[in-house]
Design a protein around this ligand. Structure first.
Ligand code: SF4
Ligand code: SF4
Length: 70
């Protein structure tokens, strides 16, 4: 019996800590709890949760978040 292939997306979540001003908007809007807040910066602590919605990119006024599909 042939094995079934399952197609799914994986996303890289990157925060440029030089640009991050600690506004916490990405943390507030991410529905799957990807980010933690550490020493006044957002940290993508659970990137495997990412759904690729790019809401965090949209709400980050500092352009510190980059989502990449891999
Ligand atoms: S929205 Fe942008 S600036 Fe604000 S905490 Fe997140 S990464 Fe930092
Ligand atoms: S792209 Fe969506 S799911 Fe992924 S970290 Fe940003 S807000 Fe969360």
């Amino acid at each position: 019996m042939p094995k079934e292939l399952i197609d799914f997306e994986i996303y890289l979540v990157y925060v440029d800590s030089e640009k991050c001003d600690g506004c916490e908007e990405c943390i507030k809007y991410c529905s799957v709890d990807v980010f933690d807040f550490f020493v006044n910066k957002a940290v993508p602590a659970r990137p495997r949760n990412c759904l690729g919605c790019r809401t965090c990119e949209a709400v980050c006024k500092s352009k510190a978040v980059i989502i990449t599909e891999i």
